[in-house]
Design a protein around this ligand. Structure first.
Ligand code: ADP
Length: 489
């Protein structure tokens, strides 16, 4: 399908604002779709921080149907790309310090329901060509709960575009008290179990799951997992009901941002044929984190949100054993205050081997990917996961749990896969500290005792193609299916 008009709806997009994988996807998939000759526009809230980074913004709309007069629409480009960007400027909701979802103390904004309902109403006006843009998309691609009301609000409109809803993480529902349903002045037909009601509350994500023409999630394995009670967060029944509309499409990565051969965050560049730059980055990383600069010491890295989902508790549990094994560990992340404190305490207790940086740093994330030998990702669930893919590209063997996108991207270094030259990392089955430790031991043992095999494992990962090209084609097919189905639900 070429020359489609696509409205890509997102609550974050790199490089304007990013808290996790959705930001990376929104900063790169639209670019790949545009490269395949489609007319793509990203629409996102005009957060204060994003406004500062956006270039050449101009007001394009002052009156949008169903939207208060105080809300305006700005147009510009996603920095570093030619993709058009629409920013929903509602100062009362988005012009404030702090993150897109949380205040500076890490608490959810109390008015998140109002903030994202306003965002969704503007998206609806654009989708129905009622925002003075003289442009109507063929497809509206929504992402996560913040855009969940869009498919629901659009559903009854006869001339609406097709709707897609992508689940980047089913754990986040956008769940609010039922009273918000009235406050937000949502149409009556949307209440009830067949609508936005979930356990007597209001669920934004249900808007996407119930009403979108097609649903996708970010890896084939996660698409299967979320249909089971263990991974379904109470929505597995609904997802099974809509199973014929659900697909898994693996995320790609943006090689302009993540390529060890020319990454601007690195002092030394390298590729699968010339790995000496990687060793130099390791020394830099050790220096930066105040660890002894030992080339032969296995250095493990971890970057991510410090939450239970990511198995941080499992990592904390095995720190004494990693220390005993003579390994080093560097961690970069923010999240749960308890995990942050425990990691800092471990770094104080083992200053020669453990180091933690609590915070968000794009540069440091790249430097850890480049300098570490192994990357820990023992997630309890992982819709796709990008860090293990970055690790594969940067010659840093991922040690991952066999779940979601981790299962789809990392090939375990068992004897058979090593013999066939397919192995690219280390997997373990259950979310247990013992299994994680065993996987680390396997990795460390090969790293120390079989350098040739180690090199083969990391270069196998580095040579894989994770570009968006293929995935963008899958999305275009999905859009086509959604267009065929729209209006015929
Ligand atoms: P999730 O979306 O669940 O957070 P992903 O692995 O899909 O996990 O994506 C996480 C993205 O956020 C990656 O690009 C990762 O490098 C980045 N990231 C997470 N935490 C930090 C941090 N503290 N500093 C810099 N980048 C981070």
């Amino acid at each position: 399908m070429a020359n489609s008009k696509i409205l890509f709806v997102t609550s974050e997009a790199y490089p304007l604002i990013k808290t996790g994988g959705l930001g990376d996807v929104a900063g790169s998939l639209p670019v790949a779709l545009k490269a395949q000759r489609n007319d793509v526009r990203i629409i996102m809230p005009a957060y204060r921080d994003a406004m500062r980074k956006a270039e050449k913004l101009g007001f394009v709309s002052f009156h949008m149907e169903g939207v208060p007069e105080t809300v305006r629409l700005l147009e510009g480009r996603l920095p570093g790309t030619t993709v058009k960007l629409l920013l929903v400027d509602s100062p009362a909701h988005f012009d404030r310090p702090g993150g897109p979802y949380c205040d500076p103390d890490g608490r959810d904004w109390a008015d998140n329901a109002e903030r994202f309902a306003t965002f969704c109403r503007v998206v609806m006006a654009v989708a129905l060509n009622k925002a003075q843009l003289n442009w109507q998309p063929d497809v509206v691609h929504c992402n996560d709960w913040q855009s969940g009301l869009v498919p629901a609000l659009l559903a009854p409109h006869p001339n609406r575009p097709a709707t897609i809803f992508t689940i980047h993480n089913l754990a986040y529902h956008g769940h609010f008290d039922s009273s918000k349903f009235q406050t937000l002045n949502l149409p009556h037909y949307l209440w009830g179990m067949q609508g936005l009601e979930f356990h007597s509350g209001l669920s934004f994500i249900k808007g996407g799951l119930v009403f979108a023409d097609m649903i996708s999630t970010v890896s084939p394995t996660y698409a299967e997992e979320i249909r089971t009670p263990h991974f379904g967060h109470g929505l597995d029944g609904l997802l099974n009901h809509r199973a014929d509309r659900l697909q898994g499409i693996l995320n790609g990565i943006d090689y302009k941002q993540w390529n060890p051969a020319n990454d601007p965050h690195l002092k030394h560049h390298f590729d699968s044929h010339k790995l000496d730059g990687k060793a130099k980055n390791k020394t830099e990383l050790q220096k930066q984190f105040g660890l002894p600069q030992q080339a032969d010491t296995p250095l493990l890295g971890l970057v991510g949100r410090l939450v239970e989902q990511k198995g941080i508790d499992l990592v904390l549990e095995i720190i004494p054993q990693l220390v005993e094994l003579g390994a080093q560990l560097v961690v970069l992340g923010t999240g749960d205050k308890g995990f942050q404190a425990a990691l800092e305490a471990a770094a104080t207790k083992y200053p020669q081997q453990i180091a933690a940086h609590i915070g968000f740093s794009e540069a440091l994330a790249h430097q850890i990917e480049a300098g570490a030998d192994m990357f820990l990702m023992p997630s309890r669930f992982e819709p796709c996961g990008l860090n293990q893919i970055y690790s594969l590209c940067y010659g840093t063997a991922p040690i991952v749990r066999h779940t979601g996108g981790l299962a789809d991207t990392v090939i375990d270094a068992c004897d058979e896969n090593i013999a066939q030259g397919k192995a690219s990392g280390f997997q373990f089955e259950h979310a247990s500290a013992i299994e994680l430790l065993q996987a680390c031991k396997r990795a460390i043992s090969i790293y120390r005792q079989q350098p040739k095999t180690w090199k083969k494992i990391i270069t196998t990962g580095m040579k894989q193609d994770f570009s968006w090209k293929q995935s963008a084609k899958h999305y275009l097919k999905l859009y086509q299916t959604a267009q065929q189905l729209s209006g015929k639900q």
